[in-house]
Design a protein around this ligand. Structure first.
Ligand code: NAP
Length: 343
């Protein structure tokens, strides 16, 4: 299963809106005879890739899959049936697929066909790796990552509105990794006005896929963020719309009004905070969150710390709401982020 999880990472940035799944087929003598990851939309699922490599050697084998095999005819034939037809005798899945079209039917069908099934091996790492997909299929909305870059005294921009650059090159490169893992990147019109960001992924390793760029309010024809989808209104409606467009992970990059709205409505699944060892030293800079916050310490939002990582001189701190089910892990791991510099 560890190898299947490793295989699935290769598809992390190319399979959406399908899940990035890995499959490893092991022959009765213990030899790995097939290995696969989900191909880009319209391509083969992980099981089909692994079965094609295994050929006749799939007979009597065990298939390890990071997500329950699909049971429905989509753009590709059902994987559960393909595994059975190839003579696989045992299927070990890390997770059930919450997609209403599958939801247990893949494993149940295999069981009825006489294939031995088992569920839960590698559940925690699989959940961590597939979390955006799982959230999207369970709620219809994207998994929301709120990124904040602040000075140690909690300011995201100086009193003159300048925020270039709060953090150093390594942290900024890491933000590009976050963008590359996301299907859409969102900022408020205030940030477009203040910073005029491009919101593109600029990494030597990027596969060329660019996230959908979303601006809350009006970007204006002169903005560098072109093209951008301009949305307005209730944020839950915005998330529903993005979910319907197949956005599995949304990266919210600010500014302070937008961050406050997502935070106060409880719409953030993961906070990624970059802290620079810098102090503006006053209360007149732009705060992380605009407007009044919790009135008492008791009412403060308390997150669960997933991890802290040093990036050059800066710190990256990952946290989730305390009631979140995200398995703990080093920062970035759940998002497939590698240590990585500019915005
Ligand atoms: N360090 C960092 O990580 C970071 C990141 C981003 C930004 N920043 C800084 O943050 C500052 C900008 O923050 P900000 O609070 O002024 O602006 P903002 O949060 O970027 O944008 C707020 C504006 O977006 C529009 N908007 C927000 N929600 C909307 C909705 N649901 N429907 C329609 N329009 C909506 C409104 O525009 P209208 O008022 O035009 O209607 C609103 O005034 C800048 O100084 C920037 O440098 C820092």
């Amino acid at each position: 299963m560890a190898e299947a999880l490793e295989a699935s990472r290769a598809a992390r940035r190319t399979s959406a809106p399908n899940p990035w799944v890995g499959c490893v087929i092991v022959a009765p003598d213990g030899a790995v005879v097939g290995r696969g990851a989900t191909e880009p939309p319209g391509g083969r699922h992980a099981e089909a890739v692994a079965l094609a490599e295994a050929g006749e050697r799939a007979r009597g084998a065990t298939a390890y899959v990071t997500l329950e095999p699909c049971s429905h005819e989509g753009r590709t034939p059902p994987c559960a049936e393909a595994l059975r037809a190839a003579g696989v005798e045992r299927v070990v899945a890390a997770l059930l697929d919450p997609d209403p079209l599958v939801a247990g039917a893949g494993l149940a069908g295999l069981g009825r066909a006489g294939v031995e099934t088992s569920l839960g091996v590698g559940r925690e790492p699989a959940e961590a790796l597939l979390e955006p997909y799982l959230v999207h299929r369970r709620s219809g909305r994207p998994y929301v990552v709120l990124k904040l870059a602040a000075t140690l005294d909690g300011r995201i921009a100086a009193p003159d509105g300048s925020s270039r650059w709060v953090t150093g090159e390594e942290a900024r490169r890491d933000v590009h990794e976050l963008r590359a893992d996301s299907d859409a990147v969102l900022v408020g019109a205030g940030t477009v006005l203040a910073d005029d960001p491009e919101l593109t992924v600029r990494l030597p390793t990027a596969a060329g896929r660019q996230p959908l760029r979303v601006v809350l309010g009006r970007a204006g024809p002169q903005a560098r963020v072109q093209p951008a989808l301009e949305l307005s209104g209730d944020l839950r409606g915005v998330l529903d719309l993005l979910g319907r467009r197949g956005v599995l992970q949304l990266l919210v990059e600010g500014g302070s009004k937008v961050a406050a709205d997502f935070h106060r409505l409880g719409l953030v699944d993961r906070y990624v905070v970059y802290l620079a060892p810098a102090l503006l030293g006053g209360d007149d800079g732009v705060p992380l969150f605009a407007g009044p916050g919790a009135p008492t310490m008791e009412a403060a939002f308390r997150g669960r710390l997933l991890g802290v990582r040093r990036l050059g001189d800066d710190l990256r701190i990952d946290l989730v709401p305390r009631d979140a089910t995200t398995p703990a892990g080093p920062p970035g791991s759940a998002l497939g982020v590698r240590p990585g510099g500019p915005q």
